[in-house]
Design a binder for this molecule. Structure first.
Ligand code: GLU
Length: 441
């Protein structure tokens, strides 16, 4: 039975980078009929905020990424205590008292000597008396996991065969001096106890994974399958980390991006499959294969979401957008005609307002000097309102008969005079909805 989890820390809003992780884990679980857990990594009481927990849930719900259950690390501290005790008993856990400044100094020395900046395990040599003395002076130490110095190997679902020399990695701190459990231990305990079978996360976690595999084994567990996806970059390959704050899901939502535009892009971007608009979750689930994702950094361009959004909206029936149309004040008997006219001419639903304003209030006419007389004459031939689907045809025929103009020379100046624009929706459909034509004077 497959079990995956999405494990955000509620210290901010989730962004496209987090979404990639969430979506991959979601799709793996759904494809195999397994379980998708939303795990709130809130062991840091200072930075974790309830409003972010709510926001994460709202964002996932907006996208339709429904979880099967929620777990919270803050409610599982007793489990982490038990695991810590077990590691102590196994001789895999030791207290260390170096201050951050001391550690920094050690690292600098090592680097100066051309050595990798790996923690030197000086604390392992402390006698009980020395530890008691340090504890009295400095308070509780941090607790480090003692890595076995061997190669840690796994077959990564995306990166392939990985082999990391444990001796090149510092013994990870699992408990801070103030007693706070760090993510590495909490995550391992949760993954093991919750039966997580597959962990997909960003490639910034690869070293974590190496140490976690040893911790899981030290606690008698079996490591899950790991897959590390590449990190997102901007369209030019530039780092995205600083800009991710502006790519929060809620900002995209406010900017009118449709859920399926975002899902369709993120479920395929960076894989060997093309990005195509999908409008059913089942299609995204069906075609998803984590092994098809590449290892190279993945370029993400927020602009790609808008054509997909436009395409999505284009095919939506009136019912799907009715509340937006009603909210604009479009009369009920015109709603269908308005949607049919507008849907091919919008990028996001916000554009509907522009079209409705045009229908309701008319537009400032765009009239070239050489067309001024022509337009003045045409306006005398424009039927009284209310207009309907025939008005444009009847009117342009009358203008053609009266002026002898035809083709583009006939239609283009009229379109510009009525709509103030050189292009736009089909004029029969648009004029039928217009309540006033300002060019008429
Ligand atoms: N809370 C961790 C993070 O957001 C989870 C990483 C993981 O998936 O294990 O980085």
């Amino acid at each position: 039975m497959t079990t995956t989890r999405f494990a955000p820390s509620p210290t901010g809003y989730i962004h496209v980078g987090n979404l990639r992780t969430a979506l991959m884990n979601y799709l793996i679980a759904r494809k195999s009929g397994g379980t998708f857990i939303l795990r709130i990594d809130d062991t840091d009481p200072e930075r974790s905020k309830e409003e972010y927990v709510d926001a994460i849930k709202q964002d996932l719900e907006w996208l339709g990424l429904q979880w099967d259950r929620v777990e919270r690390q803050s409610e599982r501290l007793d489990r982490y205590h038990a695991a810590a005790d077990e590691l102590r008993q196994n001789g895999r856990f030791y207290e260390a008292f170096e201050t951050p400044t001391e550690l920094d100094l050690k690292r600098k020395k090592q680097l100066n000597m051309g050595k990798p900046p790996v923690y030197d395990r000086a604390a392992l040599a402390l006698s009980d008396d020395e530890k008691a003395k340090l504890r009295a002076e400095r308070g509780d130490g941090v607790w480090r996991f003692k890595l076995d110095h061997e190669r840690i190997e796994w077959t990564d679902g995306i990166l392939g065969n990985i082999s990391i020399d444990a001796a090149s990695v510092s013994d990870p701190v699992l408990i801070r001096g103030d007693g706070q459990f760090l993510y590495t231990l909490a995550s391992v305990v949760d993954d093991t106890e919750m039966g997580v079978t597959h962990v997909v996360r960003g490639s910034d976690h690869v070293t974590n994974t190496a140490t976690q595999i040893q911790i899981i084994k030290a606690l008698g567990g079996t490591p899950p399958e790991f897959a590390h996806h590449s990190l997102l970059t901007g369209p030019q390959g530039e780092a995205l980390s600083k800009r991710l704050g502006t790519l929060a899901l809620r900002d995209l939502r406010e900017n009118g991006v449709q859920p399926f535009a975002l899902l369709s892009l993120m479920a395929r971007l960076g894989s060997s499959q093309p990005v195509e608009l999908r409008t059913e979750m089942a299609e995204l689930i069906e075609g998803f294969e984590v092994s098809q994702f590449g290892t190279a950094p993945t370029k993400f361009d927020v602009e790609d979401l808008y054509p997909l959004t436009a395409r999505y909206l284009h095919d939506q029936p009136l019912e799907a957008v009715r509340p937006h149309i009603d909210a604009l004040g479009v009369p009920a008997d015109k709603a269908q005609a308005f949607w049919d006219m507008a849907r091919e001419n919008i990028t996001t639903l916000a554009d509907l307002e522009t079209w409705w304003t045009l229908c309701r209030d008319g537009a400032d006419p765009l009239i070239a000097d050489e067309d001024a007389d022509f337009i003045a004459q045409a306006m005398t031939l424009l039927p009284e309102g209310p207009f309907d689907g025939e008005t444009w045809g009847t009117w342009t025929k009358a203008v053609k008969d009266a002026t002898g103009r035809k083709g583009k020379g006939l239609f283009m100046p009229l379109r510009k005079a009525v709509t103030g624009m050189e292009r736009g929706p089909d004029m029969s459909a648009l004029l039928a909805l217009m309540q006033t034509v300002r060019a008429r004077g």
